[in-house]
Design a protein around this ligand. Structure first.
Ligand SMILES: NC(=O)C1=CN([C@@H]2O[C@H](COP(=O)(O)OP(=O)(O)OC[C@H]3O[C@@H](n4cnc5c(N)ncnc54)[C@H](O)[C@@H]3O)[C@@H](O)[C@H]2O)C=CC1
Ligand SMILES: O=C([O-])CC(=O)C(=O)O
Length: 335
């Protein structure tokens, strides 16, 4: 999700990022957040990336996958679990180009993402205060739920610090796209990598809005198939939470989605001119949409495109719920 310029509270999209500090120091048992001096592969200077919440279910595989990314020259892994915690936050953040945030608690069966607000809102707020101070120009990818509220919280923290740049704050809703591509590909008998399903809106329940009329390659579904697919995509996270029966929520698939998203951000920063990457952002003050990423983060937000009647009705529901979640985040950050 990302903030669109202007617009009312019902029009925001969020973007997400995380912070990682995987130095040799961690492996050697010394303080965890020393500045890494490793170089990018192939002699390129590479980018500095931090993952905040790096010891978690998402953070661990995400850290490993980012370590393998040739665009990354320095990787800082930060957490409060098993490491030194807050006193090293500033070291972990200073000089970063990209900060990815999967810090916070995941849900258990029976909970909504919004039920995580009371704990995760404060965590994201504190981490973003560190970002505003230590790496105000970094691209920030927010994974911590409820994303529909944590991205607005991050925006408010940055506004207060005078560092807010809507192009650089992104809520990560990429997992919804990964799921949508997979479910549609299963039905069509395609490779998911060859399917492109736009998913817009936010990252919870009805705010997750797949635009099945715009699938590439073009295909058509019956109205029953559309209802089934839409519901499965909207409830994919809950399906995983229930299957894990108290052991958390999606981790490996989220790490995969986060790496795709982070890699797109880094390629944009590198100025890959031909690489028009379409990712999730938002249209209310925050609303997930397809975007083009570049040296400054989001450089263009693409319009929704034509929506059919079913999608238009879904969009109205999504906007209503998203607007309320955005307001909740804003009031928390300003209280
Ligand atoms: N945006 C999305 O599509 C998805 C978001 N999530 C969300 O990601 C978050 C993390 O999920 P998991 O990794 O499964 O949880 P987890 O509990 O396995 O890991 C969270 C990590 O955050 C750390 N942490 C807590 N407070 C911190 C702080 N103040 N600073 C730094 N680190 C801190 C914990 O020590 C832990 O290592 C949850 O809020 C979950 O709902 C999960 C899946 C998909
Ligand atoms: O459902 C959850 O709590 C985690 C999440 O956001 C997802 O898997 O999409």
């Amino acid at each position: 999700m990302q903030q669109h310029g202007g617009g009312d509270a019902s029009q925001r999209i969020a973007r997400i990022s995380a912070h990682l500090n995987p130095n040799k120091s961690q492996m050697e048992g010394s303080p965890s957040l020393e500045r890494s001096t490793c170089r990018a592969k192939g002699g390129s200077p590479g980018f500095k990336v931090a993952i905040l919440g790096a010891a978690g279910g998402i953070g661990q595989p995400l850290s490993m996958l980012m370590k393998m990314n040739p665009l990354v020259s320095v990787l800082h892994l930060y957490d409060v679990r098993g490491f030194l915690g807050p006193q090293q936050l500033e070291n972990a953040l200073t000089g970063m180009d990209l900060v990815i945030i999967p810090a916070g608690v995941p849900r258990k069966p029976g909970m909504t993402r919004d039920d995580l607000f009371n704990i995760n809102a404060g965590i994201v707020k504190t981490l973003c205060e560190g970002i505003a101070k230590c790496c105000p120009k970094a691209i920030v990818n927010v994974i911590s739920n409820p994303v529909n509220s944590t991205v607005p919280i991050a925006a408010e923290v940055f506004k207060k610090a005078g560092t807010y740049d809507p192009r650089r704050l992104l809520g990560v809703t990429m997992l919804d796209v990964v799921r949508a591509n997979t479910f549609v590909a299963e039905i069509l008998g395609h490779d998911p990598r060859e399917v492109d399903v736009p998913v817009v809106g936010g990252h919870a329940g009805v705010t997750i809005l797949p635009l099945l009329s715009q699938i590439k390659p073009p295909c058509s579904f019956t109205s029953e198939e559309i209802a089934h697919l839409t519901s499965r995509i909207q409830n994919g996270g809950t399906e995983v939470v229930e299957a894990k029966a108290g052991a958390g929520s999606a981790t490996l698939s989220m790490a995969y989605a986060a790496v795709k998203f982070a890699d797109a951000c880094l390629r944009g920063l590198r100025g890959d001119a031909d690489d028009h990457i379409f990712l999730q952002v938002t249209e209310l003050p925050f609303f997930a949409s397809k975007v083009r990423l570049g040296r400054n983060g989001v450089e263009e937000i693409y319009p929704l495109g034509p929506v059919n009647e079913f999608e238009r009705a879904g969009l109205e529901k999504a906007k209503k719920e998203l607007a309320a979640s955005i307001e909740k985040g804003i009031s928390f950050a300003n209280k």
